[in-house]
Every structure is written in C-alpha cells, then in structure tokens.
Design a protein around this ligand. Structure first.
Ligand SMILES: [Zn+2]
Length: 166
C-alpha cells in the first residue's frame, strides 16, 4: 500500500541532496519536485538536517505551516541578509504607527468639527479683543473677577471669559 507517487521523481530535497527519496521521506510532502527553489532557499539558510530535525519535532498537522514559514523566512533572508523578514516587519510596524497617528488626528478633527459647528473661530485661546460679536469682552479686561485672569497688568489675553457667558 505504499504510495508510489514519489518513487519515480524524488522530492525537491532529495533531488537537491542527490539521495534516494524513500517512501517515508520527511521532506517529500512539503517539498514537491516542481518547487526546487523552495528547498534550495531553506537548505541554504537553515540547513537540511536542521529542517529535518525541526519537522520531526513538530506535530504532523503543523509541518506544512512550519515549512511555509521556513520558506518565507529563508526567502526574506536571501533578499535581505541583514534584516531578513524583520526588515519587512519593521517597515509594516512603522506604517501601522504612521497610519494610527493619521487616524488619531482625523478622529480629533472630526470631534472638533462635530463639537464646534459654528462657523466662527473657536472662542478658546482667543484674545478678548477679537472683532465682531464680542464687544463686551473688551470691557472686562482690567478688573475681571475671573480666577482665570491672574495677570496683574491685565493683559486681557486668553481669559476664556467670553465662553462662560454663553
Ligand atoms: Zn525526499
């Protein structure tokens, strides 16, 4: 009942290593002869005996995932011998951080627009002598009882008093 599908053409690993591909070859299910580069990369980066050991330590149903991740890491390491797949990870992490900041800023803008539907500029942080619609503000400047205005010279800036009256 032994499978004969691998008897004719050895798996990519055995072909690469120039050895006979036995029916119980640990590599055969994961390194088909049609993908010779997959094993070549993995062998170059990790070594065939390490891969064989690793596959034997992993449960059979997890071996395909293990081989796929080894192949991914090996290919990344071939392209970028210094950073390997860590290079791709840090690029993506920076991208996530940049997009998170952009999202936070956009959400803050949305909140600002939703809370401040009036077309005139914000009352907070404005000088009291701003132009239209705030004439009474100019009279408050000097002897203002507001605890916010502690400036002994009555600079009259940034009191925020106008907002308390509305
Ligand atoms: Zn084989």
């Amino acid at each position: 009942m032994a499978s004969s599908s691998y008897s004719n053409s050895p798996c990519a690993a055995c072909k690469f290593l120039r050895r006979k591909c036995m029916p119980d070859c640990i590599f055969a299910p994961y390194f088909p002869p049609e993908e010779p580069q997959k094993f070549a990369n993995v062998h170059k980066i990790f070594g065939a005996s390490n891969v064989s050991k690793l596959l034997n330590e992993v449960l059979p149903h997890q071996r395909e995932d293990a081989v796929n991740s080894l192949a991914y890491e090996a290919e990344a390491r071939m392209k970028d011998p210094v950073y390997g797949c860590v290079g791709a990870i840090s690029v993506l992490q920076r991208q996530v951080m940049r997009l998170q900041k952009e999202l936070d800023a956009t959400n803050a803008d949305l909140i600002r627009y939703a809370c401040n539907e009036m077309p005139q500029p914000s009352q907070f942080g404005r000088r009291t002598n701003h132009g239209g619609g705030g004439s009474y503000d100019q009279n408050l400047g000097f002897y203002n009882p507001s605890p916010w205005n502690n400036d002994p010279y009555g600079g009259g800036q940034d009191t925020g008093d106008g907002s308390n009256f509305q």
